[in-house]
Design a protein around this ligand. Sequence first.
Ligand code: NI
Length: 201
Amino acid sequence: MSRSFAQLARTEVKKKASVLVEKEPLETPPLEIHTLGNDALRQHARRISKVDETIRELTRDMLRSMYTAKGIGLAAPQVGINQQLLVIDIDHETPTTPPLVLINPEVITASASLDTYEEGCLSIPGVYLDVVRPSTVKVSFRDEMGRPRKMNVDGLLARVIQHEMDHLDGVLFVDRVTDHDGLDKELDDNGFKSKDVRSIG
Ligand code: NI
C-alpha cells in the first residue's frame, strides 16, 4: 500500500469516526427524550462492551436530539437506550468544538468540598432547582473511539458529568433536591407529579 493511500485511508477513518454534528435544532430530532414518570429513566444502564460505528451513530443521534432540545447533556436512558453512554456539550456557540462523549464512566474520586448549583434536565422540562454535589471529580471513561481516558473536572462540567452519570443509575436530579416544598411546587407548575420523585436528598 502506498504511503499516500495509507494517509488517505487514515483521513477517511478519522472523518467517519468523528461524532461532531451540526449544532443546529432539527425540525424532527432522531430520538424522543422521555420525561419524568417514564420507567426508562429508572433503569440501571448496562456497560458497553464494544465501541463501534453503531455506538457512534447512536452518539450522533443523541447529539442531534440534545442540540434540538437546547440541552448541554444527555444520557442514553433518556432516549430509552439502556446503555452507559453520555453526550455533553457546554459550548453550543462554537460549531467546531467537539462534544464530550463518555462511555462506561466511573467516578474515581470526588472532592469533599461541595457546591450548590441550579440544575435542570431535558427529561423534566421547566423545572430548575438547587442541588448540592462535590465541586470537583476525577472520572474515567472510554471516548467515542473506545480509548480509555481520565479527566479532572470542576465547575459546570463537573456538575453536568455528575448529573448525567446519575441517569445511568436511574437517578434524577429532583431525587437529590432537599427543598421538598419548592420541588412540589415546581413539579406541579410544570405538569409533573411528586410521586414520580424517589427522594434521596
Ligand atoms: Ni438530566
